[in-house]
Design a binder for this molecule. Structure first.
Ligand SMILES: [Zn+2]
Ligand SMILES: [Zn+2]
Length: 180
């Protein structure tokens, strides 16, 4: 099956599709949280629930950034919380690299690996990823399904994982990445 896409492409393609639902015109971003090759949650950037969309009323800009929109990665984590799905040890696909606030949420949610489509804005997220125990990578287009794909069978022990945060990390104020 030469046309069959690998897992990274599969999840990133879905993230790009999710991004088409975004409602902030400044940037359309989509995120997919997956574990064991199964999608746990998705998110795109848009206004807080119940508030008007940026595309209808305009963005609320502070310091050059829209502060109305909840980012895609945050919304994917929040969506999982709403329906009671743990994302500890999961992997996140996002069409743009996580900004610093989203990176901190990702770290404390226990997400161990982030695949991103393009670099966006915050060098800091990339700089501290290793320290926070998170792999931040652009997916390898050569990866093949069933080989070195996103998740191994054990949901709590991703691949080469010195990086998985304990499930309890999200509840601790001093978890990795948040220390001064
Ligand atoms: Zn906006
Ligand atoms: Zn963000």
């Amino acid at each position: 099956m030469p046309d069959r896409v690998d897992w990274h492409t599969y999840f990133m393609n879905i993230a790009r599709q999710v991004a088409t639902r975004a409602t902030c015109p400044r940037k359309h971003v989509g995120a997919v949280i997956a574990r064991d090759r199964t999608i746990l949650s998705t998110g795109y950037n848009g206004s807080a629930r119940g508030l008007p969309h940026c595309e209808d009323v305009g963005c609320d800009i502070e310091d050059g950034h829209c502060v109305s929109a909840v980012h895609a990665e945050a919304n994917a984590i929040i969506q999982a919380a709403r329906i009671g799905v743990s994302v500890a040890g999961a992997e996140l696909y996002t069409t743009a690299s996580p900004c610093w606030p989203c990176f901190k949420l990702i770290a404390n949610a226990g997400i161990s690996r982030v695949y991103y489509g393009e670099f966006y804005r915050d060098e800091k997220s990339l700089a501290v990823a290793r320290q926070a125990g998170i792999e931040l990578v652009i997916p390898c287009p050569e990866s093949k399904p069933g080989r070195s794909s996103p998740s191994p069978d054990n949901s709590r022990t991703p691949g080469r994982s010195t990086s998985a945060l304990p499930a309890s990390a999200g509840t601790l104020p001093g978890s990795p990445g948040s220390r001064p």
